[in-house]
Design a protein around this ligand. Structure first.
Ligand code: ATR
Length: 280
């Protein structure tokens, strides 16, 4: 029997680790499947994806810059995808209709809880950035009932808009917006960099002393691109720092579980990637 076919679509897509991660999961759980990287064509995304599913694709991961387009394309969305406003995982139902899910936020939380052993209840969190990446994290973060969650963004109005649209999920959490120059004093237990910018000439400019007493600085980006931010966080006194490779593997495991009904063990996969990649 032919193996089931899965893919990731993005643009660019050449350096995606997803094929490697999913093939390691497949080997570990004895699943007969292939997983390939496909270059998305701007302007033809919906047409291409529908064609792929009509011709046998079983499931698709979606990465930059197509997550919002995937959200619009699918026939129905899971609750967490609806809330995130973006889709990173698609599968076909028996009748051929497409369901879209978003596993990024859950992947991030699993990485924090399982690998980093961080319990966010009653903690103080600072998120830098108010784009799609932040939107995808807010529901699962608020579900952990932190004491305070500050969203700081270069364009403060975007942070304010996110606070307004998630206010009904805040529960006991004090949910606040700010600009980058006026971030409320910490200490924060967790600082998340969810901006598209590293630090440096054209990167983030943040108040000195911001990180005093911060326990963990987490960059959603992984590999060398996260180095400037993580170096800065270390210099500023963060207790520990991590890039987003753990989140990448965990969100992949969530997609794999949704498709195959079996949960892979992420620990050996993350270890293998760390051994062969240039990561901070
Ligand atoms: P994503 O889906 O990856 O979150 P996005 O919606 O384009 O992408 O959002 C990018 C985020 O990075 C935004 O918060 C953006 O700030 P603005 O809303 O002010 O544009 C932030 N960002 C990008 N470049 C930045 C820079 N040089 N300094 C500070 N923030 C930056």
């Amino acid at each position: 029997m032919k193996p089931d076919c899965y893919a990731v679509v993005g643009n660019p897509i050449g350096h995606s680790l997803s094929p490697r991660i999913h093939m390691l999961f497949a080997a570990q759980t004895n699943q007969s499947m292939v997983y390939e990287a496909r270059l998305g064509r701007p302007g033809h995304f919906a047409e291409d994806v529908r064609h792929w599913f009509r011709t046998g694709l079983r499931g698709l991961n979606v990465t930059v810059p197509f997550k919002e387009e995937a959200f619009r394309l699918v026939d129905r969305r899971t609750a967490r995808a609806q809330r995130a406003g973006a889709v990173n995982t698609v599968w076909a139902e028996a009748d051929g209709t497409l369901t879209g899910d978003n596993t990024d936020g859950t992947g991030f939380l699993r990485d924090l809880r399982i690998r980093l052993d961080l319990d966010l209840a009653d903690r103080e969190i600072l998120i830098l950035g108010a784009g799609g990446a932040t939107r995808g994290l807010l529901e699962p973060l608020l579900a952990e009932a932190p004491a305070r969650l500050v969203i700081a963004n270069r364009t403060p109005a975007r942070a304010v808009a996110l606070v307004e649209s998630f206010a009904q999920l805040a529960g006991t959490t004090q949910l606040e917006a700010s600009g980058l120059a006026s971030i409320p004093d910490g200490p924060y237990d967790l600082l998340i960099n969810a901006t598209a910018a590293g630090l440096g000439t054209h990167g983030l400019s943040l108040p000195p002393g911001l990180l005093a007493g911060t326990s963990l600085a987490y960059d959603l980006v992984y590999g060398p691109a996260s180095r400037p931010f993580l170096d800065w966080a270390r210099e500023q006194g963060a207790g520990s720092v991590t890039d987003g490779l753990g989140m990448l593997v965990e969100q992949a495991a969530e997609s794999f579980t949704a498709w195959r009904g079996v949960r892979p063990d992420t620990t050996p996969v993350l270890r293998e990637l760390r051994e062969t990649l240039d990561t901070p």
